[in-house]
Design a protein around this ligand. Structure first.
Ligand code: GDP
Ligand code: MG
Length: 890
């Protein structure tokens, strides 16, 4: 009897909550716990939801939810026979049949007749009792009934053929024969009942299957059985001598989100082979407890069912629902389909069957799941449309049918799980993939190989990126020169040339570099190397309190921190997620690249690639130290192990990799078109106003004095002294432009942005930064791309005919302090440039990232923490580096 069967005003006691994990969790959290009283408050014949009273308050449940909660009502009562372990008082059960039933039960057998009797007894006695108590049963009787009913555990045995299911079934139930038959369509399953430790087990021996994907009747039968009958616990029997293949079925059970206990059968074979297998650790990783068994000799079977009891009673802390990671393409498709299924109308389906499972099955074009959708979902047309679209998208991009893709990902999960836990005594030569793995994930070689790949990535980013960079540079130069000469002078021209083009142009020029970086990251992901990289660094990551799985979001951070923060969702523990999120800002995103490239080209051009690599490494190092620090202070907690998928190696497909590169590139472009453009114009405006400046001296008259002085000197020379004339002319130009630069400098300094820069300059001076750098740091809060744009505006002389990077580099190098103690000395030295790079690398990531951290962590607290922590670290590190080098090396 279920909660949905109770009528209005009727009371009952909960005996069991069925359904898949996520559903049970939700319902149990609402207070629907075994043994609790529940009363129906309101229930109209067609009314859904139904209102219940439980634990002192009223809750409404949908009918489909209530149908998954088993209860005993006051019209039912306990049957002493139902649980002999609880009700062993002699003479309580009456009649011949009853006695035979109990005898059989104690032997651990129940036949079909007994099965019927089993159900009838309770009802018959209930009828009698009902009279005896005038329809009102004492509460404690009901309580006992509920308790007894709650101690019946329905268990299904699933596993590959010849894994030892039937042997286990027979041993557990103490029978040598087929004791009952569960009638399926063409295939059958045996059922039996026995008791252990005060619990009654209804076990069913389902047909052996390798999978529950394909369309064989056995596979379908197993799946339907699990979905229809919602067994409390599924025992997955694994042949320990053939784990890789056997665990394929396990991955499907994981997708179904049901409670599973794994029987590691044929454990004797494993011991004989001297294989090493840390099954406990594997269990922790996949959230399924493992119990070694030798069912042919009955070993471990009692332990197995003890474990089942623990799991049933939610006492086992190994059990948790994990998501197998299918890689971002499939995961995105799953998410899209899942969203179309997860609408309120379809809840009665998704309470029973996980929407993730359905989405995966739809991607595999699974007939049975399509039928389920068709029968249960009103919006099936939309769902099928999305299904078809997602399948064709995946198949064209990845060049493989979705079923293969999902299967590959499952085997990737298995080999990742086994690689960490399973060491077979002898290894057969192995597949190509394995042999490649042996080198790439080698204990000693793995790490240098990984570093080599990373270095190569940055080197390529720089060297190959140089060519298109020059083209874009000259294009922008031409464009702004063209506009300079063809537009009439005025504020609009200034806005476009000095604001928009200087700002956006200064950023867009790095687009090729950024695309190359994205391409390399995508390439490493798509070939499967990134997963190996995560594997290699896993041990290292554990040392800093993280997990290899955190590694991929961190690497993604090199592209853009925002998607990286979002990628932490794949981590299961909240602490891991938070910790990873908080250190992602130290992974130097591509928006910071322009600053590095600019300053490296200006000051360290000779060893550009290596320096760039060093910058990224420094960021990673700060991340590591921060992680270690936070792990020891903020996030002290034991780790939950995860599986790191090892997907098979794939030849990169240009199409897929380019698409992934482009997806990331589009985000970048969007940012340029939006934030960067607006910020550039704003910064320009802040620098251009107020228009009237009180200059400290009259530059214009100084310029005309200089000009007239030189002119008169030139005029005194004879017509044959061309060399001397040219020399004088050149000097004149130099002096004039120095004066003009000085004038422009003073004007900017007295503009709004100059005042802002001056305001924070005292804080930045100990790091060797001038007010223009200070301004650039402020504008970088919006987006790091803006930094170079700001520098482009601030460091450009007004009379510069072009405003490309090459001129910016010239200007930066030519900058001298116009006042103060350093007057006349250059603003940028290699040390200042390096310190500035460090500061840009480490401080406040950008508004977007802080917003993302706020979203993903669910609180402003962590977002603010990230903002302050990164900035403080940047300042302290820059201070130490700048002053140490200055004092000791100069
Ligand atoms: P099923 O197809 O999963 O039902 O597998 P069976 O129960 O029919 O068992 C297949 C074979 O494996 C039988 O010959 C069993 O005797 C044998 N077997 C079952 N369990 C074990 C075990 O734990 N160790 C060993 N060595 N053999 C076993
Ligand atoms: Mg069998």
């Amino acid at each position: 009897m279920t909660l949905a069967d109770l009528s209005e005003g009727e009371k009952g006691i909960i005996t069991k909550v069925r359904g898949r994990g996520a559903f049970r969790k939700r319902i149990i959290e609402m207070g629907f716990i075994r043994g609790k009283d529940v009363e129906v408050i309101k229930k109209a014949p067609l009314r859904d939801p139904i209102e219940y009273h439980i634990m002192g308050y009223n809750v409404s449940l949908r009918k489909s939810e209530a149908a998954l909660i088993d209860v005993v009502s006051f019209h039912e009562t306990e049957s002493p026979a139902e649980n002999p372990a609880l009700y062993n008082k002699p003479g309580r059960g009456r009649g011949m049949r009853q006695q035979r039933f109990r005898r059989n039960l104690n032997r651990g057998i129940i036949d079909e007749e007994n099965e019927k009797h089993f159900h009838n007894t309770g009802r018959r006695i209930a009828g009698i009792r009902h009279h005896a108590y005038h329809g009102v049963l004492p509460h404690n009787h009901l309580k006992k009934t509920a308790e007894a009913k709650g101690r019946i555990i329905n268990v299904a045995l699933v596993g590959n053929p010849n894994s030892g299911k039937t042997t286990l079934f027979n041993y557990a139930s103490g029978s040598r024969e087929r004791v009952g038959n569960y009638s399926g369509v063409t295939v059958g399953a045996k059922v039996a009942r026995f008791s252990q430790d005060g619990y009654i087990f209804n076990i069913v021996d389902l047909p052996g299957t390798y999978s529950i994907t394909a369309y064989t009747p056995e596979e379908l039968f197993v799946r339907n059985y699990i979905q229809k009958n919602t067994p409390d616990v599924v025992i997955n029997i694994l042949d320990a001598s053939n784990l890789e293949r056997n665990m394929y079925l396990t991955t499907q059970l994981i997708d179904m989100d049901i409670r599973v206990v794994a029987a590691l059968n044929m454990y004797d074979e494993m011991e004989k082979n001297r294989d090493q297998f840390d099954y406990e650790y594997l269990g922790k990783m996949i959230g399924i407890p493992f119990v070694p068994t030798v069912s042919s000799r009955g070993k471990g079977i009692q332990d197995l069912f003890s474990k089942v009891i623990e799991v049933y009673e939610d006492r086992d802390d190994t059990v948790r629902h994990i998501h197998i990671n299918y890689g971002h393409d499939i995961e995105r498709a799953v998410k899209t389909i899942q969203d179309s299924i997860l609408i309120p109308d379809n809840l009665s389906l998704t309470d029973k069957i996980s929407s993730r499972f359905l989405a995966l099955k739809l991607l595999e074009r699974d007939r049975e799941s399509e039928n389920k959708i068709f029968q249960n979902c009103k919006n099936y047309r939309d769902i099928f449309k999305i299904q078809r679209a997602e399948i064709s998208k995946l198949e064209t991009h990845l060049g493989e049918d979705t079923e293969t893709l999902i299967t590959d990902a499952k085997y990737g999960f298995i080999s990742g799980a086994l690689k960490e836990t399973y060491k077979p005594s002898e290894r057969e030569p192995g597949s190509l993939s394995e042999r490649i793995d042996n080198v790439l994930t080698h204990r000693i070689l793995g790490f240098p190989i990984f570093l080599l790949f990373m270095w190569l990535t940055f080197e390529l980013t720089f060297t190959v990126g140089q060519y298109p960079m020059n083209w874009i540079d000259s294009l922008i130069g031409h464009m702004s020169a063209f506009l300079s000469t063809h537009m009439s002078a005025g504020i609009l021209k200034d806005l476009i040339v000095d604001g928009a083009i200087a700002g956006v142009g200064g950023v867009i020029i790095f687009l090729p570099n950024i695309l190359i970086l994205f391409f390399m990251i995508s390439l490493m992901e798509d070939t499967g190397y990134m997963a190996r990289a995560a594997f290699i660094v896993d041990k290292l990551m554990h040392k800093i309190g993280l997990h290899g799985k955190s590694f991929i979001p961190l690497i993604m951070g090199f592209g853009c921190n925002v998607p990286a923060v979002m990628a932490t969702r794949t981590l299961e523990s909240r602490n891991d997620r938070l910790l990873t999120m908080l250190i992602i800002p130290f992974m130097s995103c591509s928006a910071r690249l322009p600053v590095y490239v600019l300053l490296i080209t200006a000051f360290f051009a000779k060893s550009a690639g290596t320096i760039l690599f060093g910058i990224y490494l420094t960021g990673a190092l700060v991340a590591v130290i921060s992680a270690k620090l936070m792990k020891n202070t903020l996030f002290r907690e034991s780790d939950i192990p995860f599986v790191m998928e090892l997907p098979p190696y794939r030849w990169p497909r240009l199409r897929a990799t380019s698409k992934h590169m482009w997806e990331k590139g589009v985000e970048y472009l969007k940012k340029i078109a939006g934030i960067v453009l607006v910020a550039s114009i704003l910064i320009w405006a802040l620098g251009a106003f107020p228009k009237e400046t009180d200059y400290s001296r009259n530059y214009d008259s100084a310029i005309s004095t200089v000009t007239s002085e030189y002119k008169s000197r030139i005029n005194t020379l004879g017509p044959s002294d061309t060399a001397a004339k040219n020399l004088l002319k050149k000097r004149m130009d130099e002096e004039v432009s120095a004066l003009e630069l000085e004038k422009e400098g003073e004007r900017l300094e007295k503009s709004y942005i100059g005042r802002m820069g001056h305001a924070i300059e005292p804080v930045m001076r100990p790091l060797g930064f001038d007010w223009k750098m200070s301004v650039s740091i402020i504008t970088g809060l919006a987006a790091k791309e803006v930094v170079v744009g700001t520098m482009g505006v601030l460091y450009s002389g007004e009379h510069d005919p072009e405003s490309g990077t090459s001129s910016l580099i010239r200007n930066i190098k030519a900058q001298v302090y116009t006042d103060g103690p350093n007057r006349g000395s250059p603003v940028f030295t290699p040390l200042v440039a390096a310190t500035f790079i460090l500061f840009i690398l480490l401080y406040f990531p950008c508004v977007g990232v802080i917003a993302a951290i706020r979203r993903e962590s669910g609180s402003w607290k962590w977002a603010m923490f990230a903002a302050f922590y990164t900035t403080a670290v940047a300042w302290v590190v820059s201070f130490i580096v700048y002053n140490t080098v200055r004092i000791f090396l100069m």
